[in-house]
Design a protein around this ligand. Structure first.
Ligand SMILES: NC(=O)c1ccc[n+]([C@@H]2O[C@H](COP(=O)([O-])OP(=O)(O)OC[C@H]3O[C@@H](n4cnc5c(N)ncnc54)[C@H](O)[C@@H]3O)[C@@H](O)[C@H]2O)c1
Length: 596
């Protein structure tokens, strides 16, 4: 029989604590909510009221249920009030000495059988537990932000946590409607260990002006389907909390430089820019605690006029190549009203591409997304050729041939001879330096990267890559073209992986390393990222879809260019690729897909 928890205490009613109070009270458990001062208590109460009122307004909570929820919560200043609760969850700031002091006092105040839990994200639960005389009754219960919404709870057992305490807490999580993963006490547990290197890297990109905050966030939302971009997420987490988590993970997690907090973070924390809770972090919010972003001096002008500023007029577009990407790109341009010349290496290839474009457009018609007349008009705008000479009078060329530098360089040298002056020459490379192809021409200022995502007709993102020689006009043209295609173009520098792959693949590689270290299982790691962070797929699901060979190749490029030791490909990934387990395409990767 699992133990009954009828009253729980929550210590600290900040970003996490207030949400945790709500989770318990919503599920019929009485809560004693404790803060350090009357004013902090008021703030916590206001957060709870605001959150439940929003739930009522959205129709997710009945008014009567809200009132009953509030009746279950009592508020108090100081830990003494917690003498007769069954369980305490601590959610004070991420400092070991503070948490140890609080646990020592809780140990004194609470009944001998009370379970003491910490919501720490990165500190050692073991070190916190030894501040008490009952380390076997101390456990980590790590909720995710926002606690009422995110389904995951990481239950962290130390080497001395009693098995029945673990079982009781697991049963409690089920009662709260949460999915728990139970793991050992390691810095960052599952989700944060995989998340924070990525978040810190994104802050580094922003700090070095590699891309704007809007573009970094849009890239990860639209390129990977994440619920929010990394900088917006940092603001939600709180920059002070994020700083402490990174700092602890750096010290506890083997001094991986990727966890050394980017200097800008410390500066922002010192300046009081803590994110949503202080009203300003990477973005500016309506008021402290508000989720509503308001424009500030860094907000880019959103008008079409600004996009078109300096952009050249484009009506005729050449697309070179006959693969998946070229086919998708031809369709995208033709549907958006551009006149398209497709150039392949022969009539046969052109016929195949033409068929593929027709099939794809027809699918749109069958699904009711495209009118037959629009399909016919789009097809009518495409002409098919097997010679580059037909690109003499286009305004833009998009190259999507094989990913080999020598081939792309030869092609760009030919385009340089054939195309009229002022043409923007774009490559869709995902891994080669754009500057290498630019320098194969006499007009590097007109060369950009246009990195479409697969499938191009569906994916809303395009990375616009500018080299150190790209002119502002060429970049503006590329951006304006993306907008005309109905895509979001994000501008970034010419570094390996651009924005999306540079942020995504090291995270996937870290997940493989975590599996390799036997810290957790593929299922639990996938669960943690989906239910704790709202990712559309877990890392192993995604790796199997993308292909382990492709992932390994990208990770190798990143490692070679950035020489970051933490980017070294996981040996397990290399072994699986060598063994021919490449993912869904070979019916086996991290999982066996032969029966699905
Ligand atoms: N922010 C997140 O996204 C997130 C997610 C999961 C876990 N966590 C963890 O949750 C914990 C709390 O983080 P947060 O972001 O909610 O911090 P926060 O700064 O938003 O809130 C901390 C609260 O603790 C209160 N407090 C400080 N000293 C206290 C004391 N002696 N007694 C009672 N209350 C006290 C403060 O007044 C404040 O309201 C940390 O361990 C953090 O790592 C945070």
């Amino acid at each position: 029989m699992a133990r009954e928890f009828s009253t729980v205490g929550v210590v600290g009613l900040g970003t996490m604590g207030a949400g945790i109070v709500e989770v318990f009270a919503r599920n019929g458990i009485d809560v004693l909510a404790v803060e350090i001062s009357e004013s902090a208590l008021e703030r916590g109460r206001a957060t709870l009221t605001g959150s439940t009122d929003r739930a009522v307004a959205k129709g997710k909570l009945a008014e009567a249920d809200r009132d009953a929820l509030h009746e279950r919560v009592r508020f108090a200043v100081g830990l003494d009030a917690l003498h007769s609760v069954d369980l305490v969850i601590e959610a004070v700031p991420e400092h070991l000495d503070l948490k140890q002091r609080i646990f020592a006092e809780l140990d004194r105040v609470c009944r001998p059988d009370t379970i003491l839990a910490t919501n720490t994200s990165s500190l050692s639960v073991t070190e916190i537990s030894v501040a008490t005389t009952r380390p076997n009754q101390v456990i980590g219960i790590h909720f995710f932000n926002p606690a009422p919404v995110m389904k995951l709870v990481e239950v962290v057992r130390t080497v001395v946590t009693a098995p029945e305490v673990v079982a009781d807490v697991e049963a409690l999580c089920a009662r709260l409607g949460k999915v728990d993963v139970t793991i050992n006490d390691r810095a960052g547990f599952i989700a944060n260990a995989l998340l924070f290197g990525y978040l810190n890297h994104a802050v580094g990109m922003f700090e070095s002006h590699y891309a704007t905050r809007e573009d970094i966030d849009a890239a990860m939302k639209l390129g990977c389907g994440l619920p929010m971009g990394p900088l917006a997420l940092m603001d939600l987490i709180g920059l002070d909390t994020a700083y402490e988590i990174l700092d602890t993970m750096y010290r506890r997690g083997g001094r991986d430089r990727r966890h050394a907090p980017v200097p800008l973070l410390k500066q922002m924390v010192t300046a009081g820019l803590l994110g949503r809770k202080s009203g300003r972090g990477f973005y500016t919010y309506q008021r402290p605690g508000s989720p509503v972003v308001v424009p500030d001096e860094a907000t880019p002008p959103a008008t079409d006029a600004a996009l078109a500023d300096g952009a050249r007029a484009i009506t005729k577009v050449g697309v070179v190549g006959s693969g998946t990407m070229a086919t998708g790109i031809i369709e995208v341009f033709a549907k958006a009203g551009y006149e398209v010349i497709s150039v392949t290496r022969g009539a046969e290839k052109s016929a195949t591409v033409c068929e593929a474009v027709k099939t794809s457009l027809n699918k749109g018609v069958v699904r009711g997304k495209l009118a037959e007349t629009d399909r016919d008009a789009a097809l009518g705008r495409i002409s098919w050729s097997a010679t580059l000479d037909h690109l003499a009078d286009v305004d833009l060329v998009v190259e999507a041939v094989v990913e080999e530098l020598s081939v792309k360089k030869a092609l760009f040298a030919s385009l340089d001879e054939i195309c009229k002056p002022g043409v923007v020459l774009a490559t869709t490379t995902s891994s080669l330096p754009v500057i290498d192809v630019a320098m194969a021409t006499q007009r590097p200022a007109d060369v950009v990267g246009l990195h479409f995502f697969n499938p191009a007709p569906v994916m809303p993102l395009v990375e616009v890559v500018q080299t150190i020689r790209t002119s502002p006009e060429a970049t503006a043209t590329a951006r304006a073209v993306c907008a005309a295609l109905g895509k979001t173009g994000v501008v970034c520098g010419d570094r390996s992986g651009f924005i999306v792959n540079a942020l995504l693949f090291p995270y996937l590689n870290d997940a493989v390393k975590m599996l390799e270290a036997s810290y957790s299982t593929t299922d639990d790691i996938d669960h943690a990222m989906k239910l704790g962070c709202g990712y559309p797929m877990g890392p192993f699901e995604l790796l199997d879809v993308v292909g382990l060979d492709v992932s390994l190749a990208i990770q190798r490029e990143l490692y070679l260019e950035l020489r970051e030791p933490g980017f070294a490909p996981a040996p397990l990934l290399e072994h699986l690729v060598t063994a021919g387990y490449l993912g869904r395409k070979t019916r086996r990767g991290f999982r066996d897909h032969s029966h699905r």
